[in-house]
Every structure is written in structure tokens, then in C-alpha cells.
Design a protein around this ligand. Structure first.
Ligand code: MSP
Length: 499
């Protein structure tokens, strides 16, 4: 099966932080999970480079927009590499193939009678790149940016979003998982039921954008340009075979701030252009730091440097274990420290070390499945983890795997294999070692999507063969001779403090 997953394309007006990293890690975990299932996966991320916000950020630095952005892109790529993000394409909306796609979609929509010229006057928030209705403001301020939107009046082209109200409602009804989690779906449905206004999709007040193909005085609205990246990314207009294979997207991952654009405007644009809508839009929550909204002014933005200071896997594990996917999260030093030491250093790290040491210490040629004490709980873990992963319940999947880690530790303590060896209880010893090696084989595969570096180290040290999930069944023979000869270093050395 194919699987196509995307992150939002981020504004490169600054370097990314914990919030952007979170979405990108989650999408990477989804991509790796599907690879583990043997799927043919395409994972797209990138940057949204047009619009007034970018133009102004560049001006502030005394640079041309493209020059300013070109300097930031390597930073994004470097951070994604450090976070072990395995994307297939990094799309930039300034890429040549993208411009062509945007202009094509606009023409198709126009031919379908969905674009008309008019005049817009209203309150515009540059941070959001959108007009606001008075009733949408809180105390006259943009609810997200807490700034007063500016009054703007301009000739503009509109997209007939209002025409798609019924069709959208029908689509939500027929595809109950389209907007996830459920509570976000209800919010969206209610807003669409209240009525949809046509959307202004061009600007004349600045130049940094894709020329509007129907009128060269106009620049394409940044959201109309940005959303279309998901088509460009899989070869729309350029590679028919690729596009037909991967489209529609299986899931667009993002935070709650931009679900409206993805769940309302985007499918309507696609309906208008005669293209199938995506299958799912997942809106996760927002991270704050030590209980306070991250802000440059306060100086409490969790940088990616800070996030990965204790290692890439620790960062990836922490963000997905700490918060149910969909809920808001709070980054605190204390919870990072506790999870790191409790669950990674003393949990997985310690268990992996114990098992690697045990199988190397007792020279047995081949361990075979006989009387297994851990088989039932391992099989249950495998089933439950699969169920949670398919629902994007990452915290539950991890907590399920960690229950098995604890069970293994207790099993080692209770059976004391070193005593069995001393007492020459060979059969019992072999049974225990087999159970442990086999359970660790399954654990190391289940953690691959989350903490790939550590998972691969365990697989490598134990000498397991990599499997796809449907072949990952209890009962394979294991030869301790396959375990690596060198000494394994602790996967997660204990730490005294976190940042
Ligand atoms: N360029 C648009 C997206 C276009 S997609 C066709 C945009 N860019 S953004 O740089 O502002 O990124 C927004 C996204 O960054 C959020 O949807 C989320 O994925 C991530 N996050 C940014 N701050 C965040 C938090 N504090 N917490 C969680 N995620 C956050 O919007």
C-alpha cells in the first residue's frame, strides 16, 4: 500500500523551534510506522516562502526575500537532519515546478466559474495573512497574534468558497475521520454550518509572491499558493505516474492553528479544480514552556538545540510520550528529566544492556521457543501498539511498550538467570534467555518509528534481522553468536539535570 504524509510548510522568517519540530517528528514517526508496515511511503515537508510577512522579515534584515530565505533553509535542513527526520522531498514554494502548479490550479478553478473580481475592504492581520471579521477579534485584536489588524482596501479576486458549503458538509459526514481528533471535527463542522464567505485570493499591495495568472497586477494569496504544495510535492503536472500513485494524501499533520485552512479552504479548492480531497487532516495541540506561551520577547522559546541536547532519540521520545497527540503540551525541565532517567536510562537503556550482556555471557548456540513466560504479554503488546499507532495515539503506544519493558525487568529479577547458570539448570536458563531475546526483538522493532537510532543499535548489537510488522511474530530461533562482540555503551547515560 502507498502512504502519503505531510507536515505544514513552515514560514522561514526565523529558525524553527520545538513547535515545528513536534509536528515534523510526529509526521516522521507516522512515515516510519508505515514503512515498518511495509508500505510505500512518501513524506513531504518544506517551507512557505511568499507573502508580506516574509517580505517584511527580509526587509528588516536589509535583504531581498529570496536571499534572506536562502540563508535560512540550510538551518531547517540541518535541524531536521539532527532530529533524524527522513523526508522524501523538502519543497520550497519558490521551486519552479510549484509556481506552475499554483497557476494551473487557479486557471482550472476559474474555468469552473469559481474565481471572480471584486473589492475587499476589511481588517487584515499580517501575522495570519488573512482578513478578519469584527466578530472574530478578541477586544479588537487578532486572537493569535494579539495585535490590532490593519484596515485594508484593495481590488482583489475572490474564490467562491461559499459555493462549497454543502459539499464540504457532505464530505465530513461521509468521511467521519477526515478531521481528527473528533473534537476538532465538531468545531469545523459548526463553523462551516454558520456559513462561508468567499475568500480573497490575490493581493496588489506587495510583489513577493506567485504572479496571478489571470491578471498580472495581482499576486497570488499566500495560502492559495501554500496549500497547493501538497500536489506539487508528489509530481502533479510533472510526473503523472507518481501523482496517481500517492494522491490523495493520507494525512496532513499540523497544529490546531491551521486546521481551518486544511479542512475547509483546501478541500474546496480541490473540489473546484476537480481533484480528490485528502483523506485526513490531523490537528494536534500547542506546546507551551513551563506553563507559559513560548515567545521571543519573554525569551522562553524552546530551541531545537535545547530540545536535542540530551540526544535526538530522547527529544523524539519525550515529545511524543509526554502529550496525548491532539492535546496541548507543557514542556518542563522536570518532566524531561524524569522521563529521561526513569523511562529511557533506567527503563529501555538498562534493559537492553542487561539482555545484551546476558546472551553474550552464557554461550549457547541456539535459543529456541519452548516454555515461554513472556510470549502472551509480548503478543498483547504487539496488538495493542498496532491499534494505538493506527489511531495516532502515540503516548498510549509508548506506554504499552514500556509496560513490557518493566515486565521484562521484573522477569529477570524473578528468574535470576545468573543463579540458574550457577546451579546448572540449563533448560530453565535457555528458556529465560530465549524469552528475553525474543521479547527484545519485538520491542526493538516497535520502537523503530520513535527512536530509530537506539532501536537500530539494539537490533545491531543483538544481531536480529530487520522485519516488517506482519512478519514480526513470536517464535523465531535466536543465536547469541550473532550478538556483536564489542562492548555496548549505555544507550541513555543518566543525567543530572535537563534544560
Ligand atoms: N506557512 C503556514 C502553513 C502552510 S501549510 C500549507 C504556517 N507556517 S508556520 O511556520 O506558522 O507553522 C505553523 C505550524 O507550526 C503549526 O501548525 C504547527 O505545526 C507548528 N507549530 C508552531 N508553533 C507551535 C507550538 N507552539 N506548538 C505546536 N506546534 C506549533 O502556518
Amino acid at each position: 500500500m502507498k502512504f502519503y504524509v505531510t507536515t505544514p510548510i513552515y514560514y522561514p522568517n526565523d529558525i524553527p523551534h520545538l513547535g515545528h519540530a513536534y509536528t515534523t517528528i510526529a509526521a516522521d514517526v507516522i512515515a516510519r510506522w508505515h514503512k515498518l508496515n511495509g508500505d510505500d511511503v512518501f513524506f513531504l515537508t518544506g517551507t512557505d516562502e511568499h507573502g508580506i510577512k516574509l517580505q517584511e522579515a527580509a526587509e528588516k534584515h536589509g535583504k531581498a526575500p529570496k536571499e534572506f530565505i536562502d540563508e535560512l533553509i540550510p538551518k531547517f535542513k540541518e535541524y531536521w537532519k539532527k532530529l533524524n527526520i527522513n523526508y522524501d522531498r523538502f519543497i520550497r514554494t519558490t521551486d519552479a515546478d510549484h509556481k506552475e502548479v499554483v497557476q494551473h490550479i487557479i486557471k482550472k478553478s476559474f474555468e469552473n466559474g469559481d474565481i471572480y473580481k471584486g473589492k475587499y475592504s476589511g481588517l487584515y492581520c499580517k501575522g495570519c495573512e488573512r482578513f478578519f471579521l469584527e466578530r472574530e477579534l478578541i477586544n479588537g485584536l487578532c486572537p493569535d497574534h494579539k495585535k490590532k489588524p490593519e484596515y485594508m482596501e484593495e481590488e482583489t479576486y475572490f474564490f467562491k468558497l461559499s459555493k462549497y458549503q454543502e459539499k464540504l458538509l457532505k464530505y465530513y459526514e461521509e468521511n467521519p475521520d477526515f478531521v481528527s481528533p473528533d473534537f476538532r471535527k465538531h468545531e469545523i463542522i459548526n463553523r462551516v454550518k454558520e456559513g462561508l464567505e468567499d475568500v480573497s485570493i490575490t493581493r496588489t499591495s506587495f510583489k513577493w509572491g506567485i504572479p496571478f495568472p489571470l491578471d498580472d497586477k495581482h499576486i497570488t494569496y499566500v495560502w492559495f499558493d501554500a496549500l497547493t504544495n501538497y500536489l506539487t510535492g508528489v509530481g502533479y503536472l510533472k510526473n503523472k505516474e507518481m501523482f496517481e500513485k500517492y494522491w490523495p494524501a493520507d494525512v496532513h499533520v499540523m497544529a490546531k492553528d491551521i486546521v481551518w485552512f486544511h479542512a475547509v479552504l483546501w478541500p474546496a479548492m480541490l473540489f473546484s479544480a476537480g481533484i480528490a480531497p485528502p483523506k485526513r487532516v490531523f490537528g494536534h495541540g500547542f506546546w507551551v514552556c513551563e506553563g507559559t506561551k513560548m515567545s521571543k520577547t519573554i525569551g522562553n522559546v524552546v530551541s531545537i538545540e535545547k530540545l536535542i541536547e540530551k540526544g535526538t532519540d530522547a527529544a523524539r521520545y519525550f515529545v511524543l510520550r509526554e502529550v496525548p497527540f491532539g492535546q496541548d503540551g507543557n514542556y518542563t525541565k522536570e518532566s524531561f528529566l524524569n522521563r529521561y532517567n526513569g523511562e529511557l536510562a533506567n527503563g529501555l537503556g538498562n534493559l537492553a544492556m542487561r539482555i545484551v550482556t546476558l546472551v553474550k555471557k552464557y554461550p549457547i548456540d541456539m535459543l529456541k521457543d519452548r516454555e515461554s513466560k513472556l510470549k502472551a504479554i509480548t503478543e498483547k503488546t504487539l496488538d495493542n501498539t498496532t491499534k494505538y499507532m493506527n489511531n495516532y495515539e502515540f503516548d498510549k503506544a509508548l506506554s504499552e511498550i514500556w509496560l513490557l519493558i518493566t515486565a521484562c525487568d521484573e522477569y529477570i529479577n524473578a528468574t535470576a538467570p545468573w543463579k540458574l547458570a550457577k546451579e546448572n539448570k540449563q533448560i530453565e536458563l535457555e528458556n529465560v534467555l530465549y524469552d528475553l531475546a525474543e521479547t527484545m526483538r519485538i520491542i526493538s522493532h516497535l520502537i523503530l518509528p520513535f527512536i530509530p537510532e537506539s532501536a537500530e543499535k539494539i537490533i545491531d548489537f543483538m544481531g536480529y534481522e530487520r522485519e516488517i510488522l506482519k512478519n514480526l511474530k513470536w517464535g523465531k530461533d535466536y543465536s547469541p553468536k550473532k550478538a556483536k562482540d564489542e562492548k555496548m555503551m549505555p544507550l541513555f547515560p543518566k543525567i543530572e539535570s535537563a534544560n
